[in-house]
Write a protein that binds this ligand. Structure first.
Ligand code: 5GP
Ligand code: MN
Length: 344
């Protein structure tokens, strides 16, 4: 690691700080950003959190949400000014500047000291300080570790603890995914000790469905789910008409891919959605199947081994076709013996 003492000293006098996170932030992206913002504000820094785009309503309870600057909602000029004037820029939960759209080039050009905190593969080399580990279950875990390493754990209050806990809860799939370590349970326990109400956070994130979202999920599962048994693969293809029929909002399709993956014997799951300007794809897998490679090699994307995303500029049908035609090339990796606990 770089000079931690120098990093610590930078934070010892009040500074203009910007925190940015990725396109369509999820609970880890927003929770780690607002958790860090809460901590830095307690240390008397001037902090702005900027997101490239909007994010789901079920994240908007997080303390500090009201002050988030959403770049593409008419705040381009303000964001540019904030980035230009910042002395430090924290980049959270993404590994490469293209993941923050137009903000990427603004950050690159800024004279502010860049700090990358992330748990994705292959971080781009643009930051002066990097706190990075693919072993971390969530970026929120790295934020917690950083605050502890700074010797300031006592500054974590219930608000900060709940934002960080939200990131950990969702990135581990409620402590179900293979990234659920003993350590992450310990961090969660410490956050509870520091005041996080975990029942409240779970209700706010998971039990805040609109009726339309629930009905959309029902429709998608009964009408759009395709299972390809020979490849242990399941996918859903959602048209823009499907989205408008159920008045779909940002976040309404989140988690849909996990239903496909929950089918017994399925190793690879995908949700392919026509977002109008682009086709967006979410991939999930179980065991050794590397969806990040699939996303990177064929769909301009990336992510983790078991959770990745990408995009396509073909039509929805052509994208589905491309995906299905790729499967025979992965046959050996899709064989059932690769699935952990296939028979459990
Ligand atoms: P999701 O399917 O939930 O959108 O994303 C799953 C994972 O893949 C996340 O870790 C996310 O950062 C990553 N990911 C999603 N879309 C993209 C993309 O277009 N490019 C890259 N590099 N990663 C992505
Ligand atoms: Mn994350």
């Amino acid at each position: 690691m770089q000079d931690f003492q120098a990093f610590k000293e930078l934070l010892n006098s009040p500074r203009n700080i910007v925190i940015v996170t990725h396109h369509k932030p999820d609970a880890d992206a927003l929770g780690s950003s607002l958790g860090l913002a809460g901590f830095l504000r307690k240390k008397q820094h001037q902090v702005s959190v900027i997101t490239p785009t909007d994010y789901p309503a079920f994240l908007q309870w997080m303390p500090g949400n009201d002050q988030v600057v959403i770049y593409n909602e008419g705040h381009q000029k303000r964001s540019k000014l904030l980035v230009e004037q910042s002395e430090m820029i924290f980049c959270l939960d993404f590994s490469s500047l293209h993941r923050i759209n137009e903000l990427g080039e603004l950050v690159r050009a800024s004279t502010g000291i860049k700090v990358l905190i992330d748990h994705h593969l292959d971080p781009e080399d643009f930051a002066e300080f990097t706190f990075w580990s693919t072993k971390a279950a969530a970026t929120a875990e790295l934020i917690f570790d950083l605050i502890v390493d700074l010797g300031e754990k006592d500054l974590i209050d219930a608000d900060i603890a709940e934002s960080l806990y939200a990131g950990i809860m969702t990135d581990t799939g409620s402590f179900k995914h293979s990234n659920t370590t003993e350590k992450i349970h310990r961090v969660a326990a410490e956050l509870i000790e520091l005041g996080a109400d975990t029942h409240k956070v779970a209700r706010l994130i998971y039990d805040s469905n609109s009726l339309e979202r629930l009905q959309f999920t029902g429709f998608a599962l009964s009408e759009r789910l395709v299972v390809l048994k020979e490849f242990n693969t399941a996918y859903l293809a959602i048209s823009s008409k499907d989205l408008s029929r159920f008045n779909s909002k940002t976040g309404d399709t989140e988690g849909l891919v996990n239903y496909a993956l929950s089918i017994k014997g399925i190793i690879l799951a995908a949700v392919i959605i026509d977002r109008g300007e682009v086709i967006k794809i979410s991939f999930r897998s179980i065991g050794e199947f590397p969806v990040n490679e699939l996303a990177q090699e064929h769909f301009e994307g990336g992510g983790h081994r078991n959770a990745a995303g990408g995009k396509s500029h073909l039509s929805l049908n052509e994208t589905v076709d491309k995906f299905v035609k790729l499967l025979p090339h992965y046959q050996s990796k899709l064989d059932n013996h690769n699935k952990i606990n296939a028979d459990v």
